[in-house]
Design a binder for this molecule. Structure first.
Ligand SMILES: *Cc1c(COP(=O)(O)O)cnc(C)c1O
Length: 362
């Protein structure tokens, strides 16, 4: 607290990211990064950018529109570059969407159990949040978002697959929502879609109220590069550009632009990494189930699990003593008995399962 702070800053409750400890030999399963590296073409492209004139290119500002990256993303999805927006991680893309597309006089609808950045952005931009409870099985029920149940809405946002539950929604349900709410922007946050859900990108051409947000941080193993993007009708993209150009004209630096292009163009590497994560996830789910855990069906690169005989905070603490970190959310109450565990390499998952076996039978 300081008398020098703005009134807004006094009211903020900032997001708390999962920790990034600087300990060696840690089995880090707490922030859903990829356990495998990015395409080797990413480092090659970044090195080539740096090598040109001995770093001489860094003297100049990057392309404010990151056209090469937008074009590469558009090609990948079979779209026009005018349907693509890029930002410094998808969190920044989401922030601009909150300000440019979701800030209205009516409330913003999102699930009670969801990405905890949504209420933070709502607070930052003075948007009234209205949380919609998941059903008893932790599923998003689209009926609860329709006008006759939820009333007036200024916008809707949810992750698909949802975080931290990992559950995916079928495309037909998203289409039904888009049709029932033609005057309201629906943001589908697809941070984890590549691990087993259907992307709503194919609906962008038919629905001018849909914004699909994706990131290079998870399935393209580039959390450290900070590249995210949105796909939507050119009018929605223009709104995001207007916000971006009123905030920071150069959110993507030269290295992020060339690295991002290389990553999206190496489709074989990407598919292979996603397939390995899915295989590792399936093995992890069956091992956890064997230890007595109840595991939510996951379409993501993490699993959401609880053990009927053990307190989740206690399990997380006991894992930490063995240098394994997972994520435990104390709030909301409904999920306090769960752990969210990132799918690691086969070796990391093996270490986790061995540790849990020792802890739960001790
Ligand atoms: C990880 C994540 C993001 C943000 O990722 P960036 O690294 O900022 O691109 C957005 N939404 C959800 C649900 C996430 O889990």
């Amino acid at each position: 607290m300081s008398r020098l702070w703005s009134p807004l800053v006094h009211r903020l409750t900032p997001y708390v990211p999962g920790e990034q400890p600087k300990l060696p030999n840690l089995v880090k399963l707490n922030t859903n990064e990829s356990p495998y590296g990015p395409s080797p073409r990413v480092a090659a492209a970044i090195q080539a950018e740096l090598a040109a004139g001995d770093g001489e290119r860094l003297r100049l500002y990057p392309d404010p529109n990151a056209d090469l990256l937008k074009q590469a993303i558009a090609r990948h999805f079979g779209m026009q570059a005018t349907q693509v927006f890029v930002g410094n991680g998808s969190d920044e893309v989401l922030a601009h969407a909150f300000m440019g597309l979701l800030q209205h006089d009516a409330p913003l609808l999102f699930p009670d159990i969801s990405y905890s950045f949504y209420p933070v952005y709502a607070g930052l931009y003075g948007i009234e949040p209205r949380v919609v409870p998941l059903d008893d099985g932790f599923g998003i029920r689209i009926d609860d978002y329709l006008p006759d149940v939820a009333g007036d809405a200024g916008g809707i946002i949810f992750p698909n697959p949802n975080a931290p539950t990992g559950r995916a929604l079928p495309l037909a349900e998203i289409r039904r929502l888009l049709q029932a709410r033609p005057d309201c922007v629906v943001v589908v946050d697809e941070a984890y879609v590549d691990f087993g859900a259907e992307s709503a990108a194919s609906l962008v051409a038919e629905h001018d109220n849909l914004l699909v947000v994706q990131t290079f941080s998870k399935s393209r193993a580039l959390a450290g590069l900070r590249v995210g993007f949105a796909l939507g009708h050119p009018a929605l993209v223009e709104a995001l550009e207007r916000v971006k150009n009123s905030f920071n004209s150069y959110p993507l630096d030269r290295l992020a632009i060339v690295g991002g292009v290389a990553a999206i163009e190496d489709d074989a590497w990407f598919r292979d990494c996603c397939a390995r994560v899915v295989r590792s996830r399936e093995a992890l789910v069956s091992a956890l189930t064997g230890l007595g855990f109840e595991v939510q069906p996951s379409a993501a690169n993490f699993v959401f699990a609880h053990h009927p005989g053990h307190d989740a905070a206690g399990l997380a603490a006991a894992l930490r003593e063995r240098s394994i970190i997972v994520r435990h959310f104390r709030q909301p109450e409904r999920i306090a008995r769960f752990l969210r565990i990132t799918v690691g390499t086969e070796t990391q998952c093996g270490l986790l399962v061995d540790a849990l076996a020792a802890i739960t039978t001790a």
